[in-house]
Ligand binder design. Structure first.
Ligand code: NAD
Length: 468
């Protein structure tokens, strides 16, 4: 069963209420590779109603049965592994290694969630008084709306969908309009093949301001799980605050890559390729700012530029390349006109790249970057390495902090110094002498259940006089 051009609501592939579809393009060639239904508020209403109706039965089904459903869902996707890897390369424009990582991480998340579903359902707590039994158990939240971005559409959807389903929640997924096949349609096909009860998994494709907005605003959700830009995240947070709707946001930031004067420069430069250029820099944990001590700045710029000039940019499906196309013209214009050109106009120097053909943007090295330039303060989401020179470790730490960020790196020959600097950087994750998280699928259970504390009276208690 193919989901091309359809929504998946209440166990059925259906057209959008609008009756309209839009094409999906291969990013390197611009060729059409499918279509997605242009869903809107009426479709979101139907999907949320189906998910709400299905949720009590799904939660009551029992963990082994839910786990078995998830295993069949995973099996269907695993049997299509090669097809999904190629789809990722075409639909997102990433090279094979990125596509394999993405699909593998998603499948691993499904396996973990299926196991977690049948493992511990909570804890036995120390009772606050002798003679009492105190339990804490995980209870599903209910209906979860999931909105995902285009950069890793497969595993970023599954990191919410898999644990959500495992713990008895039902789902309405709205994938990014640039990647609705790998980010949505393949899941609808797998849910159908796995025999999910109708309404447990629902897919509403469509554009952000219509289908996305309708889902984010929907009062029938128990949680909205959003991964995407700070701009959209801020608007969702502001709206949710008005009536205290529950949301979970995974947004972007301007991540920093710090090179101290005692660092191994060749190691730092090769990690910089991964940190700033993997998937053309379109990763939420990409390094956006390179902050380098003056003593080693020239050597670092030379080592980075030497590597950048060797990199090949092209079609990841048909050529041997390290970088593919950017995801869209809008994204390319944001990088070139919104980041690189204004930073050059403010006095940065172009050492490599800075040009493009179509969506193929040359990896770019900028030096002389200062905090008043967008290359320093903005999330770039493109293949650009802006380099800022500082005179001390203290100055480096001061420049890193104070911006929204997800992950930083620090390079130094002295591990203890690296740890000390890492402790002072305000990011959720810091790597010493390494780039990017090498994390596996995450354990998301706490985000998709609420905790329920249970008190049980074990020994008969004489009621207090005033209650008799
Ligand atoms: P985006 O915010 O433009 O879109 C994300 C999703 O939101 C898409 O499905 C889109 O259709 C939808 N959307 C757009 N407008 C909406 C609206 N008004 N209401 C509701 N939904 C709407 O982001 P993007 O360009 O797809 O993704 C890139 C961003 O995502 C970057 O900032 C990146 O850092 C971030 N990101 C974060 C993580 C993370 O785990 N923290 C992971 C990947 C990407």
């Amino acid at each position: 069963m193919s989901a091309s051009g359809s929504l998946y609501v209440n166990g059925e592939f259906t057209p959008a209420a609008s009756g309209h579809t839009a094409p999906v393009h291969e990013k390197a060639t611009g060729d059409p590779i499918g279509a997605y239904a242009l869903g809107g508020p009426a479709d979101v209403d139907r999907a949320v109603a189906a998910a709400r109706a299905a949720q009590p039965g799904w939660a009551a089904l029992g963990a082994p049965e839910r786990a078995a459903c998830l295993e069949r869902f995973a099996e269907d996707l695993r049997s299509r592994y090669e097809e999904l890897v190629e789809l990722s390369m075409r639909e997102t424009g990433g090279v094979r290694a990125k596509a394999e990582d993405e699909v593998t991480a998603g499948l691993r998340q499904l396996a973990i969630s299926a196991v977690q579903a049948v493992q511990s359902a909570g804890d036995i707590l120390q009772p606050y008084k002798a003679g009492k039994l105190s339990l804490s158990r995980a209870v599903p939240l209910g209906v979860i709306g999931v909105i995902t971005p285009w950069n890793y559409p497969f595993n970023l959807a599954l990191r919410a969908v898999a644990p959500g389903l495992a713990f008895g929640n039902t789902i309405v997924l709205k994938p990014a309009e640039l990647t609705p096949i790998l980010g949505g349609q393949v899941f609808a096909e797998a849910a159908h093949a796995a025999g999910f009860p109708p309404g447990v998994f629902n897919l509403v494709t469509g554009d952000g301001p219509e289908a996305g907005h309708a889902l984010a605003e929907h009062r029938g959700l128990d949680l909205l799980d959003f991964t995407g830009s700070r701009e959209v995240g801020l608007a969702i947070a502001a709206s949710a605050a008005a009536d205290l709707r529950q949301i979970r946001l995974e947004l972007g930031g301007s991540n920093a890559f710090v090179v101290l004067e005692d660092a191994d420069i060749e190691l730092a430069a090769s990690c910089a390729m991964v940190a700033s250029l993997e998937f053309q820099g379109q990763t939420c944990i990409s390094a956006s700012r390179h902050i380098v001590l003056r003593e080693v700045a020239d050597r670092y710029v030379e080592a980075v530029t030497r590597r950048v000039e060797r990199l090949r940019v092209g079609d990841p499906v048909r050529e041997q390349v390290e970088l593919g196309p950017l995801i869209s013209e809008a994204q390319r214009d944001r990088v070139h006109r919104g980041i690189v050109q204004p930073s050059l106009a403010k006095g940065a120097s172009l050492v490599a790249g800075g040009t493009y053909e179509g969506l193929f943007y040359r990896p770019t090295v900028l030096t002389g970057v200062t905090p008043d330039m967008p290359a320093f303060s903005e999330e770039i989401f493109g293949p650009v390495l802006p380099i800022t020179v500082v005179d001390s470790e203290e100055e480096a730490i001061g420049l890193v902090n104070g911006y929204p960020m997800l992950m930083n790196s620090v390079f130094t020959a002295d591990l203890m110094r690296g740890m000390a600097v890492a402790e002072r950087l305000q990011a959720g994750e810091v790597h010493v002498n390494d780039a990017h998280a090498r994390h596996g699928a995450e354990n998301q259970m706490p985000g998709f259940t609420r905790r329920q504390w249970i008190g049980v009276q074990r020994t008969p208690l004489e009621p207090p006089a005033w209650t008799r």
